[in-house]
Design a protein around this ligand. Structure first.
Ligand SMILES: CC(=O)N[C@H]1[C@@H](OP(=O)(O)OP(=O)(O)OC[C@H]2O[C@@H](n3ccc(=O)[nH]c3=O)[C@H](O)[C@@H]2O)O[C@H](CO)[C@@H](O)[C@@H]1O
Ligand SMILES: C=C(OP(=O)(O)O)C(=O)O
Length: 432
């Protein structure tokens, strides 16, 4: 077990490279199960969620070859299993994509309900509704989801999602790519990773139209062929570095981004007094003056992303005046508020709303990364705080951020990773 130790209060300067998108990679890698032939996938982020997905695929019989740290070749022609072990599936949210991919390829799947960050109730009823409409029979028994089509193949269907769900949209896309006939997904999610998954599948021979709008049409094809694909840059990783500069001050060039994907984050930071300049596939983020308060409501894309809510909260804690945060996607995404209070923040939470009174400065403290983005927010706060912040349970952060300690250290942050002595984490003496 390790912790991150930050000595805060130093502005950030220099350039940072953004890695491939976690939430695209964790769907595109399982999508290779649908492909007849070898897929070479580039710009794969080197994060633990990807390691887990690749572990599951190896367990199913896929041939997984790392060409370098961010390029992987997958050959799924010898996959022989359709059941995902409980211990592997429970560690990540994205294991739910194995249901759509295995159903699409073999007409059957046995997958435990997924894990992922604890953000309140995280149902997958809309995924299962979609698979049922496509001819799969679904049973949930003994901690597993059993899904199978009696004919061995799914058929197209018209599916209206009752809620805008990223996971259900992507999972139905996976199931529909090889199904018999036309599938129409209505009220689909529009996140950049949905477009990326559709682009990947189309480049392998699928027939998908409308990804990025709320109606997606998938005409099933007989087979998909192998090829090359490069994953889009991570919108949330880029946004996290933007908030780090906003909180700590300084000037950083954030390379390898799609600025359009960041408009929702840019707009809020500009309202708060941060200067942001677009330069091709880079953003230059500068903050020297005071931050001013603003209100933020999270929503499905193109709204402000819920996965940036804790990080923007860290900046709002330092903004002059009162800010109101409204979480529009998850029931319980403020578990980090107690940790911020340890650092001197003034944040009151009532249900899905948080009221933040900006303080002049935060102070370093021992805090806990209670989930992935909460952990990222602790880093953002720690970079701005006076004194030492020690962040525990950093394995949550490593699910989604490639080399975050090294990237920040290169920007001049005083941050390092330190082992927690075994007797401390066994006795619960470490924070969190
Ligand atoms: C691996 C991955 O990509 N995770 C992301 C994905 O999670 P995930 O795919 O789990 O999130 P969804 O978009 O499905 O969830 C959005 C909302 O719909 C509800 N819902 C969802 C599915 C369903 O069957 N029934 C239902 O009621 C959820 O409770 C939630 O309130 O999108 C979220 C919203 O952008 C992000 O926070 C996560 O980082
Ligand atoms: C909530 C997140 O991830 P997951 O859905 O994988 O838990 C996230 O990326 O912020």
């Amino acid at each position: 077990m390790t912790k991150y130790v930050i000595s805060g209060g130093k502005p950030l300067h220099g350039e940072v490279e953004i890695s491939g998108a976690k939430n695209a990679a964790v769907a595109i890698l399982p999508a290779a199960l649908l492909v007849d032939g070898v897929c070479r996938i580039e710009n794969v982020p080197n994060i633990s969620d990807v390691t887990m997905i690749l572990g599951i695929m190896r367990d199913l019989g896929a041939n997984v070859r790392m060409i370098n740290q961010t390029t992987v070749e997958l050959d799924c022609s010898h996959v022989y299993k359709q059941n995902v072990p409980y211990e592997l599936a429970r560690q990540i949210r994205a294991s739910y994509y194995l249901i759509g991919a295995l159903l699409g390829r073999f007409g059957r799947a046995e997958v435990p309900p997924p894990g992922g960050c604890d953000l309140g109730v995280r149902p997958i009823d809309q995924h299962l509704k979609g698979f049922s409409a496509m001819g799969a029979e679904i049973q949930v028994e003994n901690g597993f989801i059993y899904a199978a089509s009696p004919t061995g193949r799914l058929h197209g269907a018209q599916i209206y999602l009752d809620v805008v769900s990223v996971g259900a949209t992507m999972n139905i896309l996976l199931a529909a790519a090889l199904a018999d006939g036309l599938t129409i997904i209505e009220n689909a999610a529009k996140e950049p990773h949905i477009v990326d998954l559709a682009n990947f599948l189309n480049s392998m021979g699928a027939d998908i139209m409308g990804a990025g709008t709320d109606v997606i049409k998938v005409r099933g094809v007989e087979k998909l062929r192998g090829g090359f694909y490069s994953i889009i840059p991570d919108q949330i990783e880029a946004g996290t570095y933007m908030t780090a500069v906003a909180a700590a001050g300084g000037e950083v060039r954030i390379n390898n981004v799609i600025p359009k994907h960041l408009d929702c984050i840019t707009a809020k930071l500009v309202e708060m007094g941060v200067e942001i300049q677009e330069d091709g596939d880079a953003l230059i983020v500068r903050r020297s003056g005071k931050l001013t308060s603003t209100n933020v409501k999270t929503m499905p894309y193109p709204g402000f992303p819920t996965d940036m809510q804790p990080q923007i909260a860290a900046v709002l804690c330092l903004a002059e005046g009162t800010s109101i945060l409204n979480e529009g996607v998850w029931d319980n995404r403020y578990r980090y508020a107690d940790e911020f209070r340890r650092m001197g923040a003034n944040i009151q939470v009532n249900g899905k709303v948080a009221v933040i009174e900006g303080v002049h400065a935060l102070t370093g403290a021992p805090v806990c990364a209670c989930d992935l983005r909460a952990g990222a927010a602790m880093i953002v706060a720690g970079l701005a705080a006076n004194g030492i912040t020690e962040i525990d349970q950093v394995y949550h952060i490593e699910r989604g951020y490639e080399g975050i300690v090294e990237k920040l250290a290169k920007l001049g942050a005083d941050i390092h990773e330190e082992a927690i002595p075994e007797e401390d984490w066994r006795s619960g003496n470490s924070v969190g």
